[in-house]
Design a protein. Structure first.
Length: 117
């Protein structure tokens, strides 16, 4: 079993920045994907960005050019740097880990990001 511990959410003004962190509770190897999803009130959970152990990245169109995902494999940690935040980025952000083989999937508890003036 793997626990994912998130940090870094909060309240920020439009145009501001936040950095989210997610640490896995144990070594997870390299054949995996870590990333971030978000869920706004009344909407479905959606992918924001993900990154494989080998460094391949995938971004939602809404995140391209503003958000950057990175990993520290030695620390089993993934980061999401969010710049130029907009009110529509307001959501609960969930860390996600998928481990292969078997596509075992784990979720963090979620961290609230609120973009408001």
């Amino acid at each position: 079993q793997v626990q994912l511990v998130e940090s870094g959410g909060g309240l920020v003004q439009p145009g501001g920045s936040l950095r989210l962190s997610c640490a896995a509770s144990r070594s997870i190897g390299m054949i995996n994907s870590m990333g971030w999803h978000r869920q706004a009130p009344g909407k479905e959970r959606e992918l924001v960005a993900s990154m494989s152990g080998g460094g391949f990245t995938n971004y939602a169109d809404s995140a391209k050019g503003r958000f950057t995902i990175s990993r520290d494999n030695a620390k089993n940690t993934v980061y999401l740097q969010m710049n130029s935040l907009k009110p529509e980025d307001t959501a609960v952000y969930y860390c996600n880990l998928v481990i292969w083989p078997g596509a075992r999937t784990y979720w963090g508890q979620g961290t609230q990001v609120t973009v408001s003036s």
